[in-house]
Design a protein around this ligand. Structure first.
Ligand code: NAD
Length: 471
């Protein structure tokens, strides 16, 4: 079956050629009507989003197949089920999330009511990436709706079928003025960013994240930046190597390596490296059969640009396993690279493909030094049965998240805030945090006019004297 998306950077036509200015104007007007403040309205919109997910799953699977040849099960696991769980969570906890909080009082507040009131930001911009085009747009959309915002959604132009799905279905299921889809590439996004938003939520690369942050700074717009980076894997010699390899290879091959939390490189001893390679051979056959290219369970590289970038990373590399490429299908077989130096091109930027370099280390300390010589990763994976080793690495490194003895799956835990730190991002979402991300927590102090409480309050008035405040 041939991967159908060879148009690469096709830019989806902008419906009705509506300008970004007009989009924002419509959204702002809709926001000012106050209808997104209504909890009933928000709940209905969330239910409609849920309905969209129930009724159009096949369309989603088809779009993902066109854009990335994403396997059906992967589409369900990573783009449909996760979002449906999060939507269920938001609706189930909706009253709890939206109600005001009443913090403990201090002694000066005896007669007062201090309260934290949850207020939407206003009109928010959500910019998505192409690798998980539904997950990274619909999850933040759900949070922004729950919090009562109006939204302009900019899907990635690199996944055109998915972008078309979003622009076709969002207006069908949701309020057309409050939630609008604006399609386009760099030029259109640049135009969009000239408008003033009340919040910007961006998923994409660190380099573009900086452009977004700069544009936001002009209006002091708060942002969440969900970025990428090189996610390291440390394996010590205490582990079950078969299971370790299985889990890592699954995470690496998911979406053919185009996963923000995909394992990027491995740090382990020479002995572990040998075992890992030999297990990988068996496991690849077990997962995908003898001819990996015809397996329906491996996706394809999204664009020629990314494909060529990955192929050039393999130049002068010592390929221990794999390395088969087919430019017609933009296929690269899962590839292990050894004898890697930290200065090699493959160790500079996020790989974002099915190539897995291994760097051999003699100790956990050496592994930590390597991890810390790079920017803070989005995720860090520690494979060890030794709790001292795990504690040491947890304390000696910084990353968006950590999994001990597995990879990638923390993304599906809606009780764990998801996001990066340093170069891998700013802010978190998923579950409760999706609601909080799009919510301004407004501090409110309520006072009364009761003469008894006024006895206390009046101490602040002039004429001042030490007797009034230093008792
Ligand atoms: P990207 O940064 O190229 O593009 C992301 C979005 O930004 C797209 O919608 C694109 O149209 C827009 N964009 C591109 N260039 C722009 C410019 N000059 N000005 C304004 N907007 C611009 O990222 P990508 O290639 O779509 O996605 C891959 C990256 O995203 C990887 O680094 C990956 O790790 C990261 N990612 C992170 C997460 C996460 O949750 N942290 C999830 C998925 C992907």
């Amino acid at each position: 079956e041939v991967h159908q998306n060879n148009t690469n950077t096709t830019i989806v036509n902008i419906e009705d050629k509506i300008t970004p200015k007009k989009c924002v104007e419509i959204a702002r007007k809709a926001y000012e009507t106050g209808r997104t403040r209504s909890l009933t309205f928000r709940r209905t919109q969330l239910k409609n989003l849920q309905k969209m997910y129930e009724e159009t799953q096949e369309e989603m699977v088809e779009a993902l197949k066109k854009d990335l040849k994403k396997p059906r099960q992967e589409s369900y696991m990573s783009e449909i089920d996760v979002v449906q769980n999060d939507l269920r969570n938001l609706l189930f906890n909706f009253n709890e999330y939206t109600k005001p909080e009443y913090p403990n009082k201090d002694q000066t507040q005896f007669f007062d009511t201090p309260m934290i009131f949850k207020e939407p930001y206003g009109v928010v911009l959500i910019i998505g990436a192409w690798n998980y085009p539904f997950l990274v747009t619909v999850l933040p959309i759900a949070g922004a709706i729950a919090a009562g915002n109006c939204i302009i959604i900019k899907p990635s132009e690199i996944a055109p079928a998915s972008a078309q799905y979003i622009s076709r279905n969002i207006p069908k299921y949701l309020d057309k003025d409050c939630y609008q889809v604006y399609n386009g590439g760099v030029a259109e996004t640049t135009e969009l960013l000239k408008e003033k938003f009340d919040y910007i939520f961006f998923t994409g690369s660190t380099a573009i994240g900086k452009i977004i942050q700069n544009a936001a700074a002009k209006n002091l717009t708060p942002t969440t930046l969900e970025l990428g980076g090189k996610c390291p894997v440390y394996i010590d010699e205490s582990v079950d190597m078969e299971l370790t390899t299985k889990r890592i290879i699954w995470g690496k091959c998911l979406n053919l390596g185009q996963t923000c939390v995909g394992p990027d490189y491995i740090l382990c001893s020479e002995k572990t490296q040998e075992e890992f390679i030999s297990w990988t051979k068996r496991i690849l056959t077990e997962f995908y059969g003898d001819n990996l290219k015809i397996s329906p369970d491996l996706a394809r590289i999204a664009t020629n640009r990314h494909f060529n970038r990955l192929v050039s990373l393999l130049n002068n590399c010592n390929i221990a396993l794999g390395g088969n490429i087919d430019s017609n299908e933009r296929f690269i077989s899962p590839t292990i690279v050894t004898n890697v130096k930290l200065t090699d091109p493959i160790m500079q930027d996020e790989i974002f493909g099915p190539i897995l370099p291994i760097i051999t280390v003699r100790s956990k300390e050496e592994a930590v030094n390597i991890i810390n010589s790079k920017e803070k990763p989005l995720a860090l994976y520690i494979f060890s049965k030794n709790s001292m080793t795990v504690d040491y690495i947890l304390n000696a490194t910084s990353s968006g998240g950590v999994i001990i003895n597995d990879v990638v799956v923390h993304v599906t835990c809606d009780n764990l805030p998801f996001g990066g730190v340093g170069d891998s991002g700013i802010g978190v979402y998923h579950g409760r945090k999706s609601f909080e991300t799009f919510t301004h927590k407004k501090s409110v102090l309520k006072r009364n006019f009761c003469p008894i409480s006024e006895m206390l309050y009046k101490l602040r008035y002039p004429p001042y004297s030490d007797r009034k405040t230093r008792f």
